[in-house]
Design a protein around this ligand. Structure first.
Ligand SMILES: Nc1ncnc2c1ncn2[C@@H]1O[C@H](COP(=O)(O)OP(=O)(O)OP(=O)(O)O)[C@@H](O)[C@H]1O
Ligand SMILES: [Mg+2]
Length: 289
């Protein structure tokens, strides 16, 4: 099975910065991290696809996929999954740009490791983001399947003081908050021309590098967790009889340790400790505001 990191950049709202983030995040992974990166543009206008195709070539593999807009036929899902599978098999990072329009079932979200939802911090956009997240909270909160991690990406931010707006909302799913992609007057001029991570404008470049690094780190954490849960499942399978399994569990169960505040940290499950260590302090977990 492929280990490609799969990132979906989506929102039901137009003009929030999906394509700008998609094209530039693809450039971050291809140019800065040197990863084999694919961009799948699911939008009719193919904004991010055109950007990548027109700009200085840095080796991003680009597919534009026009999804049929007949709901419920299942054709859109088949097409989308096929495009994804093609890239996932040969790439290290796959980034998909999609305006969510319900031609795809919510199940499609499970195809990804990270789901990034760009949103400005204006009340109207935050409300729309809240509606989107809460509608699909059952996906992000799923315990039956490995759910994607939800990342809210403050985009086109011109005033960091407006951050509190996010915490005043009642999100029904846990989410990560990425560093902001700041508003820039010249953002439009970059389209099809240059990438944020390559520009000589230091402010824009460093801002996007910060953002890219945090997403890369979160992706790495997710990959580690998946790897360890896969290994655990494998170990489980190879152990033979029920009696063998009972013995294995009995032998691996440590002696109970009396609880004191000093050893609380040690009692934390390994995965959680690792997540805490790997996630930059800027990324915060929020639930119910
Ligand atoms: N960081 C930014 N600073 C300033 N303007 C931005 C920024 N990001 C995006 N924009 C501008 O906002 C507009 C919408 O951006 P973009 O096309 O990336 O959004 P989108 O969500 O993909 O839109 P659509 O729904 O049409 O696909 C564009 O004019 C773009 O130049
Ligand atoms: Mg777009």
């Amino acid at each position: 099975m492929s280990k490609a990191l799969r990132i979906l950049i989506t929102s039901q709202k137009g003009g929030v910065g999906k394509s700008t983030v998609s094209a530039n995040l693809a450039a971050y992974f291809a140019y800065i991290s040197g990863k084999k990166t694919s961009l799948i543009d699911f939008d009719h206008q193919a904004t991010s696809g055109k950007w990548v195709k027109k700009a200085y070539p840095i080796g991003i593999n680009c597919q534009t996929v026009d999804l049929p807009n007949a709901k419920g036929s299942g054709v859109a899902l088949l097409k989308a999954k096929e495009a994804l599978r093609k890239s996932v098999d040969t790439m290290e990072v796959v980034i998909a740009d999609l305006t969510w329009a319900d031609v795809l079932p919510p199940d499609f979200l499970f195809e990804f490791d990270l789901v990034l939802v760009p949103s400005s911090l204006s009340r109207v956009e935050l409300d729309s983001t809240l509606e989107f997240v809460n509608r699909f909270s059952f996906v992000f909160n799923s315990r039956l399947r490995n759910p994607p991690k939800l990342v809210i990406v403050p985009s086109r931010v011109d005033n960091l003081n407006t951050y509190e707006g996010i915490f005043s909302k009642s999100f029904n799913a846990g989410f990560f908050l990425s560093p902001p992609v700041m508003y820039s007057n010249s953002a439009g001029e970059f389209f099809g021309n240059e990438f944020f991570v390559m520009t000589s404008n230091q402010e824009i470049r460093e801002n996007f590098l910060d953002f890219g690094r945090s997403i890369e780190q979160l992706g790495q954490t997710e990959a580690d967790i998946r790897q360890s849960s896969k290994q655990a499942a494998l170990t489980h399978k190879v152990s033979g009889s029920i009696l063998d399994r009972f013995r294995a569990v009995r032998n691996s169960t440590p002696e109970p340790v009396p609880r004191t505040s000093a050893n609380d940290a040690e009692r934390m499950p390994v995965a959680r400790t690792r997540i805490k260590a790997a996630i930059p302090s800027f990324l915060m977990m929020g639930r119910d505001g």
